[in-house]
Design a protein around this ligand. Structure first.
Ligand code: PLP
Length: 360
């Protein structure tokens, strides 16, 4: 069977070139006589894999020397607790609520202190990014938290909020490595890799070094202290060895392509094909304010639930899978991450046009 076009929000498509390398190296990694899955994380050969992955990530993103790059477990969701446990020294943090993931991070932080909602787009089902110009940032806030690309609703920040001097913390899970990241603007930039980078099981945290300390909330478990992982170069305990290796291959794939400026241009071109069609269609339409549209997650609907369901079903049969919208919003969503080829989006649009001709 040939491969399908997988529009899943995550776990999502990986570059076919990377999967082929994984297959070639599966039973014997570089003459070691072992699969990367079987190796000791303390072995010389694995040390080289994780060090190279980190070095390539740093080169790709341009991570400044005063930031650490950590490969952690527990998904992006564990960061919802780890961030307040490590950074909420005054027990106050401000949140901009732009969707489910920001809401969950806010709810988790509320367990540790005062979590303020300083802006929200919940009034219009998160279909836009709130005005960021003059936010009521709390004078005693330890940080301001955002979710920079909203996987479920399909919005993204096109500029960063003015945090009035407070640390900015950002969840970039569903836009990680889709465009350049200006690391110096953040205290922490993090994401689960299963959306745009690699196989589920790794969370990459980029954290400014001065934020890493033993001065954490009382009772913080060892495993949830950034210091634990920073001090041991992400090898405090057994890391998700194989998944980090695959992430490393994806970093090389992106470096060989020319880096994040290049992938950004590709992503813009891909998204434009789909958005231009949605804007011209008599059947389908996008659900998000144009200026805030995500390059990665594209929600769309028809005005009929029956047609939405029929479309998802027929698309699946034609090899375009996982187009059903998130259960909380319905309709359709096409996630077009880095690994989705332009051809996949072109073919999807051609399929949508055919569907439109039949049903309008
Ligand atoms: C998927 C997602 C999460 C949750 O990730 P897990 O790794 O499953 O915990 C958090 N934030 C965003 C933006 C996501 O897209």
């Amino acid at each position: 069977m040939s491969r399908v076009y997988n529009f899943s929000a995550g776990p999502a498509m990986l570059p076919e070139e990377v999967l082929k390398i994984c297959a070639e190296e599966m039973t014997d990694y570089h003459g070691s006589g072992q699969s990367v899955m079987e190796m000791s994380h303390r072995s010389k050969v694995y040390d080289e894999i994780i060090k190279t992955a980190e070095a390539d990530f740093r080169a790709l993103v341009g991570v400044p020397d005063n930031y650490k790059v950590l490969f952690l477990q527990g998904g992006a969701s564990t960061q919802f607790a780890m961030i307040p446990m490590n950074l909420m020294k005054n027990r106050v943090a401000d949140f901009i609520i732009t969707g489910q993931w920001a809401k969950k991070a806010h709810a988790e932080a509320s367990k540790f202190g005062k979590a303020n909602k300083i802006a929200s787009s919940e009034d219009k089902t998160f279909s836009y990014i709130p005005d960021l110009d003059d936010l009521p940032v709390s004078p005693d806030a330890d940080y301001v938290y955002i979710c920079q690309n909203n996987t479920i609703y399909g919005t993204r920040y096109t500029s960063l909020p003015d945090t009035k001097g407070k640390l900015l913390i950002s969840d970039v899970s569903s836009m990680f490595l889709s465009e350049p990241h200006d690391v110096e603007k953040y205290g922490i930039l993090y994401g689960g890799v299963q959306k745009n980078v690699g196989p589920a099981g790794v969370t990459i945290v980029v954290i400014r070094e001065d934020l890493i300390s033993e001065d954490v909330l009382p009772g913080t478990p060892t495993m949830l202290m950034y210091k634990t992982h920073a001090d041991s170069d992400s090898l405090y305990n057994t890391p998700p060895c194989y998944n980090i290796y695959v992430c490393g291959l994806v970093f090389k794939w992106l470096l060989n392509m020319g880096g994040l400026e290049v992938i950004k241009k590709k992503n813009e071109a891909k998204a434009k094909i789909l958005y231009d069609y949605l804007d011209s269609s008599a059947l389908f339409r996008g659900t998000v304010e144009k200026k805030d549209r995500s390059l990665m997650n594209v929600p769309f609907v028809t005005d009929s639930k029956e047609l939405n369901d029929l479309f998802v079903k027929e698309a699946e049969e034609a090899g375009f899978v996982n187009l059903k919208g998130h259960r909380s919003v319905g309709g359709m969503r096409a996630s077009i991450y880095n690994a989705m080829p332009e051809e996949g989006v072109e073919k999807l649009v051609a399929f949508m046009k055919e569907f439109e001709e039949k049903h309008v």
